[in-house]
Design a protein around this ligand. Structure first.
Ligand code: ADP
Length: 490
């Protein structure tokens, strides 16, 4: 089988330098790092490797652009974002090819990610002109109160590799709409799509005579070396991070020093509840969507399948058949429905978690092995007879493994669902409206999908409770993260 490579027309237009003050330039150190295709392990590009000096140059540019960008009219900011949205739509196929090349996901999923990312840019182009305040008489009379919103200022956006375009879109678009200059640190493993979109924004800023320092792009092989000087600098006013809870905690500690505004989209451990009154074929279909997008490498991936004991056999049989039908391969190969994991360490981690579950008595119904050949693949896996303290359910597995456990009562199901430090998303299949309302009250989660395996939408607030994070992205709430409130008494 021939290995699909990036189309040459796309490859020719991927910026591989740093974007600082409107200019793509090499790192001050001259260093570069490699970005590889996880399905083949072949190196795609060598990318400039930003260090502390570059970080401070980007912050100086952002800070210099701050006043001018704040003064730009909301309408002009909206029109900039609308133009970027149109560009993303016009080049959707190029962007999807890049997402697949650097992240591995099947092309159909990459296309969906690009459309989803563009939706955030459109939504915030529409929100840019709707930043309301408040005016009223003080309750005691004698004064009026004005409540105004203003941009918080230069923002550092740190994104993960699993959605290389959606994550940057849903941070950058509201930040720019609010009037904040941004510095982006894309993930080391997948920085290419970000650079491609950044060039669209840079070109639009230039064409409209808007300040170039509004957008900085700093790929780096040393995240800490880059972010430490930025977080210590009082000119930085905002941090938005998506990634692991572990790194989120490190960043929150650093952010404490300058009492930085933070938004944190951290880990999840999503329960997927199937009740005895559920439509089981629909639940299987939803389970596939909730588990297998990006081969399970999403923070909203269903991590634990909790199924009523009376329907467990039917559900597990259905899920096993659906997993058996998945086709592993390069994401750009037609017919592929399960791509690789992002790196060798991810395969090791997933294999170890499955082995530990099997040692503890779990049965493999599908998968449970690594295929031969190049690339970081692990077979889509269904496990049954899993116990609540197995690693595959206590940890976010971030891979194509579906562990099935059973419950007898609704109370037991809710207790299992809540038995985690995380609370990002939960899924439930049931036809009982009363039960749905009880779940809304009792499941500790930021998002709840009822009879569906996908919840994300640019117009809705995405985010978690407990150790899953702080703040929301998307919807009306997403732009609040980049605004501060000024109260005037007069
Ligand atoms: P994951 O790999 O699960 O997405 P990580 O939390 O490791 O999650 O990475 C998310 C982002 O955070 C990436 O851009 C990564 O480079 C960055 N990152 C990792 N460690 C640090 C750190 N110590 N300081 C700042 N950023 C970090």
């Amino acid at each position: 089988m021939s290995t699909p490579t990036l189309p040459p027309t796309v490859a020719a237009h991927v910026p591989t330098e740093l974007l600082i003050d409107g200019v793509w330039r090499p790192a001050a150190s001259g260093r570069r790092f490699e970005v590889a295709d996880p399905a083949t392990t072949q190196v795609l590009f060598e990318v400039a490797d930003a260090g502390p000096e570059d970080a401070l140059a980007a912050l100086t540019a952002a800070d210099s652009a701050r006043e001018e960008w704040r003064a730009v009219s909301p309408r002009a900011r909206a029109e900039l974002l609308r133009a970027v949205f149109e560009e993303m739509r016009a080049h959707a196929e190029d962007l999807a090819a890049l997402v697949t090349a650097e992240g591995g996901k099947p092309l159909a999923e990459s296309r969906a990610e690009v459309a989803y990312a563009a939706d955030y840019v459109r939504w915030y182009s529409e929100q840019a002109v709707r930043l309301d305040g408040l005016a009223r008489r003080a309750p005691a009379g004698g004064a009026h109160q004005l409540v105004l919103r203003r941009p918080v200022g230069p923002a550092l956006l740190i994104t993960p590799w699993n959605f290389p375009i959606a994550m940057i879109a849903r941070k950058m678009a509201p930040a720019l709409a609010a009037g904040c200059p941004v510095i982006v640190k894309p993930a080391q493993l997948a920085p290419l799509t970000t650079a491609y979109v950044a060039e669209m924004v840079r070109a639009e800023l230039e064409a409209r005579g808007l300040p170039a320092g509004v957008l900085g792009i700093l790929p780096s092989s040393s995240a800490g070396a880059l972010t430490t000087p930025l977080l210590a600098d009082p000119r930085l006013r905002k941090l938005s991070f998506t990634g692991s809870t572990e790194v989120g905690r490190i960043l929150l500690r650093s952010a404490a020093q300058s009492v930085l505004r933070t938004s944190m989209e951290l880990g999840g451990n999503a329960p997927f509840l199937v009740f005895d009154d559920a439509d089981i074929p629909a639940a299987v279909e939803g389970a596939l969507a909730a588990k297998m997008r990006n081969s399970g490498q999403t923070c909203v991936a269903a991590n634990r399948f909790l199924v009523h004991e009376s329907v467990a056999a039917e559900f597990t049989d259905g899920l096993t058949a659906a997993f058996d039908r998945l086709v592993m391969g390069h994401g750009a190969t037609p017919g592929t429905t399960a791509g690789p994991l992002i790196e060798a360490a991810a395969v090791e981690r997933v294999a170890a978690a499955v082995a530990a579950a099997v040692d503890g008595g779990a049965r493999v119904r599908s998968g449970g092995h690594r295929p031969r050949g190049a690339g970081y693949f692990y077979a889509p896996t269904v496990l049954e007879n899993v116990s609540p303290d197995d690693l595959v359910v206590t940890e976010e597995v971030f891979g194509p493994v579906a562990p099935v456990m059973t419950f007898a009562t609704e109370g037991e199901a809710v207790a299992l669902a809540n038995g985690t430090e995380f609370g990002l998303v939960a899924y439930a299949y049931t036809r009982d409206v009363g039960r749905v309302m009880r779940l809304v009250e009792s499941v500790e989660t930021g998002m709840l999908g009822i009879n569906r395996g996908m919840v994300s939408d640019a117009s809705a607030p995405f985010g978690g409770v407990k150790s899953s994070g702080l703040g929301r992205e998307g919807g009306e709430a997403g732009i609040e993260e980049y605004l501060e409130t000024v109260y005037v008494a007069l």
